[in-house]
Design a protein around this ligand. Sequence first.
Ligand code: AMP
Length: 114
Amino acid sequence: MTDCIFCKIVEKKIPSNIVYEDELAIGFADVSPQAPVHILVIPRKHIPTILDISEEDSMLMGHLIEVCKKIARDKGIAKTGFRIITNCNPEGGQVVYHVHLHVLGGRQLHGPFG
Ligand code: AMP
């Protein structure tokens, strides 16, 4: 999608710090990190919100979780602990409308329910 910032990151039209990529997904550093490790994991495919995920995307979403696990291990936060967050629509705190999973860790995390 042409005006989606994360699609532009997927297409490498704007710079990002990519830590993982494969044919279905990429992981890159959040530009405004909220923890020592803050990586965004996104599908290459443009899906605006978690509500737009169809049954045919089930495998893709499972894959994104596998990517989060791999990144957590690679970043050394798997054993200490980490959090995976996805925000949906305005009151859920979603700002970028391309599905993404935040992987946060590297410090004690607090207040999981906003
Ligand atoms: P959300 O509020 O769940 O939609 O999260 C969007 C996230 O994208 C925020 O944590 C932003 O800091 C992050 N973000 C926005 N633009 C960029 C960018 N160009 N590169 C990396 N992260 C970004």
